[in-house]
Design a protein around this ligand. Structure first.
Ligand code: MRU
Length: 373
């Protein structure tokens, strides 16, 4: 998407690969919206760490990053010993896969890159096939989001108010986003609407990232406290909910997404408001048979017990070279917290799943299984 930096509009992808330096280039999402920085990881372990520490986050973006990370690890291998090369492949695969557990996109990306490497082929050929597959995953991700926009845009009528949770925008993908794709498409079609961004405690991806994205795109929006949605729905001030997902079970239609998504789905059902989930095909998990089996990330309690921000006065902000964020403790000093990062929404609360192939009922996803990309 286009980003306005120091008065200049420039086009960026959230994740890209620099062939010359064998590095993965990432927009640093930890410091947005206060600073716009792109960093490069030089080693697959560094790339895995960038996923773990949330330099890059969002299912589609960490999927593309993992795919590039695996190609990066393989391209750094020197020599022609196939046995050692395959050991490197498995080691890099596991390191990248273990960086964050809930999203399935990284697993699907890693599987695509691994499958592209013919174990009988010379090292050089496998290295080049790995990068081609990683690039394909990233390009597919963009194309899938574009098609989600085509299918989802008609849901947003002129004058509507749309609620979204967390960040399922272009920062959570390679470009465009899933929940935001219908918004960007509706905007391009000339419709005017308002987006309510749940702030999304504890890390506030809605308040910081989605609000920044929408501001960059000139879409009218407001940040709301996470617990405001019920009241606003009761008042008739929300027409539609669109969220993304980290893992959708193809067999059951259950949806794992950022903590708080389930609460919003229950509220939407209570108030008769359509609740949609927008996903590329790489977010589908065809293996798990129950939402109870989805690994839910438990995160550090510091996220709940405090918050990160910048002083409101520019004069009190740290200089360019320093981390712009300050952590402030909110909770009682001796108290501890519980911090599940994701929840699982059952299919009966979901109006439809917006995919690149159209909008499906959660119990009709099987139809996508055999369809070609
Ligand atoms: O912890 P995060 O910021 O990686 O969580 C991201 C979300 O939950 C998004 O809503 C999700 O990835 C769907 S959009 C790809």
């Amino acid at each position: 998407m286009n980003v306005l930096i120091a008065g200049r509009r420039r086009s960026f992808r959230t994740v890209s690969f620099d062939v010359r330096t064998n590095s993965v280039r990432l927009i640093d999402q930890r410091v947005l919206p206060h600073r716009f920085e792109v960093l490069a990881t030089a080693h697959y372990r560094e790339t895995a760490e960038a996923i773990r520490n949330m330099t890059v986050r969002g299912a589609g973006a960490i999927g593309a990053t993992a795919g590039y990370g695996l190609a990066q690890g393989l391209r750094a291998f020197r020599g022609g010993d196939i046995t050692r090369f395959r050991a490197r492949l498995e080691e890099a695969y596991d390191t990248l896969k273990d960086a964050r557990p809930t999203a399935v996109d990284p697993v699907n990306a890693l599987n695509e890159v691994r499958a592209a490497c013919n174990p009988d082929a010379p090292v050089k050929d496998q290295q080049s096939a790995a990068l081609t597959a990683a690039e394909r995953f990233a390009t597919d991700n963009v194309e899938h989001c574009r098609r989600i926009g085509d299918h989802g845009a008609p849901l947003i009528r002129d004058g509507a108010t749309v609620l979204t949770h967390c960040n399922a925008g272009w920062l959570a993908f390679v470009d465009i986003g899933s929940a935001t794709a219908p918004m960007y498409a509706a905007q391009a079609q000339g419709r005017r609407f308002t987006v309510l961004c749940d702030e999304t405690r504890p890390r506030c991806q809605g308040a910081s990232l989605t609000a920044w994205e929408l501001a960059q795109q000139g879409i009218d929006h407001r940040v709301i406290a996470d617990n405001a949605a019920g009241w606003l729905m009761q008042q008739g001030r929300i027409d539609l909910v669109i969220v993304g997902a980290d893992r959708v079970l193809g067999r059951t239609g259950e949806v794992a997404n950022k903590i708080g998504t389930y609460t919003k789905a229950v509220l939407a059902k209570r108030h008769g408001i359509p609740f949609y989930v927008a996903i590329p095909l790489s977010t589908l998990d065809w293996n798990l048979r129950s939402g109870r089996d989805i690994p839910i990330e438990e995160r550090n309690e510091s996220e709940v017990l405090g918050a990160w921000g910048v002083p409101s006065s520019p004069a009190r902000r740290p200089g360019k070279s320093k981390d712009p964020l300050t952590y402030v403790r909110i909770a009682n000093p001796s108290s501890h917290a519980v911090n599940p990062g994701f929840d699982v929404t059952p299919p009966e609360l979901i109006t439809g799943i917006i995919t690149p192939r159209g909008i499906f009922q959660p119990d009709q996803l099987q139809a996508l299984r055999e369809s070609a990309r």
